[in-house]
Each structure stands twice: as C-alpha cells, then as structure tokens.
Design a protein around this ligand. Structure first.
Ligand SMILES: Cc1cc2nc3c(=O)[nH]c(=O)nc-3n(C[C@H](O)[C@H](O)[C@H](O)COP(=O)(O)OP(=O)(O)OC[C@H]3O[C@@H](n4cnc5c(N)ncnc54)[C@H](O)[C@@H]3O)c2cc1C
Length: 466
C-alpha cells in the first residue's frame, strides 16, 4: 500500500494544518492491513514497554511501534562471545522501590544490590593530554551532598515531573556551576556530575536539569543501594516483555511511522506504519508517544502549530557507549577523565567520561558525552585517540584497541534555555498531554531514569484509559 498523493504533498511541505479524513480513507486498505486498538504506543524503550504491559493489565488493546528489531531502547546488553558474559552497556541500575521490584518479579527477572565500587585502581587523567592530573583527589563529598539534598528538598515536585511553579524559582534557572558555588557544593560536583553523565554540559545548563537527573531519589539510592539484575542482563526484562506483547499481536518491530492523522470524525486516529510485512493502517483511540519529541523525530507526524512551537525549542545532546577490546589498560584499572584546568575538574566535553573495567579480561567499557550531536564515527576516532594519548604521555602502555560494540544513545537529553523555562516552556509542554488524542511519556517529559519513568507512566495511565 503506497502513500496517497495528498499525503506525499503534505509530507513534502511539512503541513502544520489539520484536515478531516475523507470517509473513504479506510476503504483503500485491505482488512488484513488494518490494526484496530485502544492505544498505539510509539517507541518500545523503557517507557513504551512499561506502558504497553500495564495498559494490557488494564484491559486495553495496544500495539507498540518500534523502529529497532528489539524492545529496550537505551537498555542494551553485550554478550562476550568468548565467555558468554553479559555486559550492560546502557541502563545498569534501578531504584529499590516496590514498583521496580514488582515489575521485574512479574517477568521472573531476579534483582540484586548493585556493586558500584570500581575494582582496583582509579587513575584521574586529563584525556586531552593523556597525563595524570597530579595532586587531584576527589575528596569527601559527604557534607556537600548533604547541602545539595537540603536544596533539593525545596523542590519536591521535581520527583514527579516538570510541574514547575510560576514564577520558576530563580535557583533552578542558574547555570549549575553558579548554583554549586552559591551553595558551597564544590566538593560534591564531581560525584553529581558522574551520576549525571549523559546530560552533557551540566555546569552550563540550568540547575533544573542537574536536579532532575540527580535528585533526592538518586541521593537516597547512593546511600541505601541501587538494584541491578542478578544475571547482569537488564535486556532480559525486555525480551520477556517482548514475548508477551508479541504473542498478543501487539508489536510492530523494525517499523517506522509514515504519516499520522489525529483530527478525525470517528474517534480513531490513523497511523500509517511501514513494517517488514508491508504498510499497515493503525486505527487507535489514543496515541502514547514515548520517543524524543524533536522536530526531526516527529518528521512524519501531523503536528499542529502549538505542538511544533513547543517541540522546536528542544536542544538535543549526544551520549555514546561501547566496549573496547585490547586497550592495554590493566583489567582492574579505571580511567576517570579529569580536567586539569576545568571548573570542578569535570572532563572537557565532547570527550570520554570514563573507561571502566568490565570484569571480563581484555574488555573495558567506555562512556562518552557531547553537548551537541556528533557523528558516531567521529566519537569512535576520538576515543581511540584518547587511549593512545595515555601511551604518548607515559601514563599506561596502551595499544590501539578495537570496539567490540559501540552504541550511540543520541539524541539523549532534550533541554531548553533558562529564559524558555522561566517563560513557561514546561507548562506549554504539559498542556499538550491529551491534546489531539495524544499522550506523552519518556525522558523528555520527566527524566532519564527508568525507575522514575515507570512511576511517571503509571501516574499517567488513568488519564489515557479514562
Ligand atoms: C548509556 C546509558 C546509561 C543509562 N543508565 C541508566 C541507569 O543505570 N539507570 C536508569 O534508570 N537510567 C539509565 N539511563 C537512562 C534511561 O535508560 C533512559 O532515560 C530511558 O531509557 C528513557 O526511556 P524512554 O522510554 O524515554 O526512551 P528509550 O528507552 O530510548 O526508548 C525510546 C524508544 O523509541 C524508539 N524510537 C525512537 N524513535 C522512534 C520512531 N520514530 N519510531 C519508532 N520508534 C522509535 C527507540 O528505538 C527506543 O526503543 C541510561 C541511559 C544511557 C543512554
């Protein structure tokens, strides 16, 4: 089934106006290519998978449209062919909450307390030169984290989403470096930065984003322990969810949206999807969008003026991970990128955050961040060059490693500047919830934290099924 000519024209001109579907629209489709559901979930990562499973519990019929060949999104697990060891290269840890424990238990995926202690030796190296940063020690962050927790406690609403008061408190709008200096948090910034990896240029971003990513819940879990899967295979949760949804004909993998029509007369939105078995027409009462809502990602959606004016403000950043083979770095050594001359000694970005032992001989994990999107090939070259600088600086006898696996998790954080936040950006974003039969969950509606996204999604579900 091809696109109708008028759909092609609308796609080309990026139409922002709405039209009612002609009554004859569906008759162009054969019955076997029409999927009728209560909810069409777009994106089968952390939030989309959770939502689909829970909507089924609520007797809703669902279909999940996922562009990859698997569920899980940023949850990715590498299997070492030599040892069969499982290594999570994306999401690793969860909060110890009843919701998390019940979710994993229903799929019979056992959890344990995560061990976040780096084994062996940590070297603090400025990877721009490869040289050890002499006289650097991370110091004791306890008092600073206590002061940070006190500040976080002033904004309890951040735990549930972006329901910000008007006016937005001035401290939330300060660049995080100014906020940290103002509240004497210097000794805690390194640790907050490490737990906020992926955010990009945390120091220059509004404090709101640091507080959303490294909030009270995270500080509590640092004290009491995070959970991880006992088999060190977080993807198992998604494989099991995939089996349940697949058996229910509720999954369209390797699929992408061709067009949507959300202003219709019969209470059903239309979503045209390209799938491996041809194009399908989904007729659903509601859409739940869980993908990053940038204009690029929503290219094929029939956005109206209010949606477009909000989503166009998001700035995406880049986040990349991989596993390296044969770096020449000892198996029990961690390299923490440390700026010799940067504020709070945070790593200079774009650049490596850290190179970490994996527990598998000859394999190190690597995490890389960038304030803006950069091509994966450039990131890989930059990582290899950084490792070779360890040798030229005389720090470690490194060799030229290969990537066992590399993954771009970009776009990652979607942020807007302080003036947009102060001007009510998040009120406008949240006003879109339910607009044109479309609901939203996922990281840019709350935060990059799977456990907290499941909680956010859980709170949204009653509105979707109402
Ligand atoms: C390296 C890394 C480590 C992390 N570690 C942790 C951690 O330890 N603990 C934690 O809680 N959180 C962690 N996070 C953050 C957390 O995983 C993410 O915030 C979470 O996955 C976000 O969920 P989401 O549903 O918004 O997006 P995703 O999980 O990314 O899901 C979005 C899905 O939509 C799909 N998609 C995108 N565009 C389209 C489209 N046009 N059509 C169809 N499908 C589409 C994607 O393929 C993806 O499957 C980590 C993230 C990364 C990248």
């Amino acid at each position: 089934m091809g696109l109708f000519p008028w759909q092609r024209v609308l796609a080309l001109i990026g139409a922002t106006f709405v039209i009612a579907l002609p009554d004859s629209y569906d008759s162009h489709w054969s019955a076997k290519d029409i999927i009728i559901r209560d909810v069409c979930v777009i994106g089968g990562g952390s939030s989309g998978t959770y939502a689909a499973i829970r909507l089924r519990d609520m007797n809703q019929s669902v279909v999940v449209v996922e562009r990859k060949d698997r569920l899980g999104g940023h949850t990715e697990t590498y299997t070492d062919p030599g040892t069969q060891a499982k290594l999570d290269i994306g999401v690793r840890i969860f909060h110890n909450t009843d919701l998390v424990k019940n979710y994993f238990a229903r799929f019979n995926v056992p959890l344990i307390t995560a061990d976040l202690q780096a084994p062996g030796e940590s070297k603090y190296v400025d990877l721009r030169t490869g040289a050890v940063v002499t006289n650097f020690s991370p110091g004791d962050p306890t008092a600073a984290l206590g002061a940070y927790a006190g500040e976080l406690a002033k904004y309890p609403y951040l735990d549930a989403g972006f329901d910000l008061p008007d006016p937005v408190p001035a401290d939330l709008l300060l660049p995080f470096s100014d906020f940290a200096t103002k509240h004497r948090l210097e000794a805690g910034v390194g640790l907050i930065f490490r737990f906020g990896e992926g955010i990009g240029d945390m120091l220059r971003l509004p404090t709101l984003y640091a507080m959303k990513l490294v909030g009270l819940r995270v500080l509590q879990s640092i004290q009491t322990g995070f959970l991880t899967t006992a088999r060190h295979d977080n993807s198992e949760l998604y494989e099991k969810a995939q089996a349940v949804l697949g058996a229910d004909n509720a999954l369209l993998l390797n699929s992408h949206i061709i067009s949507t029509q959300r202003d219709t007369n019969d209470g059903y939105v239309r979503v045209v999807v390209a799938t491996p078995s041809g194009q399908k027409l989904i007729k659903a009462k509601k859409i739940l969008l869980t993908i990053p809502t940038t204009l690029d990602s929503l290219d094929h959606f029939d956005l109206d003026g209010s949606e477009r004016s909000v989503f166009k403000q998001f700035n995406p950043n880049g986040f990349y991970t991989g596993i390296l083979r044969n770096t020449g770095i000892p198996d029990n050594t961690t390299i923490i990128n440390t700026g010799v001359d940067t504020p709070f000694n945070v790593p200079f970005l774009p650049g490596v955050y850290s190179i970490d032992p994996t527990g598998v001989p000859g394999l190190h994990g690597v995490i890389y961040g960038s304030p803006n999107l950069i091509p994966g090939e450039r990131v890989k070259d930059d990582i290899i060059a950084a490792i070779q600088r360890l040798r030229t600086a005389g720090t470690l006898p490194t060799t030229k490693p290969e990537f066992a696996v590399f993954s771009s998790h970009s776009p990652f954080m979607l942020t807007v500047p302080s003036n947009a936040i102060a001007g009510g950006f998040y009120r406008q974003l949240y006003a879109l919830q339910g607009h044109r039969h479309t609901f939203y969950t996922g990281a840019n509606f709350h935060t990059h934290d799977s456990s907290m996204l499941w909680q956010f999604t859980e709170a949204l579900l009653p509105r979707i099924v109402a």
